[in-house]
Design a protein around this ligand. Structure first.
Ligand SMILES: CC(C)(COP(=O)(O)OP(=O)(O)OC[C@H]1O[C@@H](n2cnc3c(N)ncnc32)[C@H](O)[C@@H]1OP(=O)(O)O)[C@@H](O)C(=O)NCCC(=O)NCCS
Length: 145
């Protein structure tokens, strides 16, 4: 069984989420976590997925408000041993309901090309040409809530 939790910026769960994000998102691409970026994250919502049997954080993401209508999903990571179990889908669906509940009507994101199919299955639409950031190819995606 899994459960979703809100993670407080700076808490021990936040550190666990940073470790997961490093392992799943940054390390494979040879990127480092920028300390300067960390301060911005105080204003974001941090959502985690806990495996109840181990109490370990196995997935997570950030929600970064853009304006009154739009919120951006960022840093989506599912622990490698739990990928393909439907957790990513449940995590995004949970984030959508959180965003809707707090008044946002649109979710946007920059998806790496390798995961565009995952987000399309969840109803996101491509809304840009492909573009590069730090040598990685992305495409913007959007979903109306
Ligand atoms: C991409 C990621 C978040 C998906 O989470 P997951 O838990 O493995 O995915 P799920 O098991 O919930 O898959 C849901 C559906 O999407 C499909 N899917 C999963 N990854 C996919 C991919 N990369 N491309 C296309 N479809 C994909 C699954 O086959 C499944 O389809 P189904 O419902 O028809 O069976 C996860 O694999 C991950 O963290 N990957 C590494 C980090 C990453 O790339 N993050 C995204 C940054 S933009």
């Amino acid at each position: 069984m899994i459960k979703f939790i809100d993670i407080e910026f700076g808490s021990s769960r936040y550190q666990e989420l940073l470790d997961l994000r490093y392992r799943i998102l940054l390390q494979p691409l040879g990127l480092k976590f920028l300390e300067s970026y960390r301060e911005q994250e105080a204003n974001f919502l941090h959502i985690g997925c806990i495996d109840n049997s181990t109490d370990k954080l196995i997935a997570g993401l950030l929600l970064a408000p853009i304006d009154d209508q739009e919120i951006r999903i960022m840093q989506v990571a599912v622990d490698v041993v739990h990928q393909g179990e439907g957790i990513g889908r449940k995590l995004i669906e949970h984030a959508e309901s959180v965003a809707k509940e707090i008044g946002y009507s649109r979710i946007v994101m920059h998806a790496m090309l390798s995961v565009v199919g995952f987000y399309e299955k969840l109803g996101f639409k491509q809304n840009s040409e492909v573009f590069e950031e730090k040598g990685i190819t992305f495409i913007s995606m959007v979903k109306e809530l």
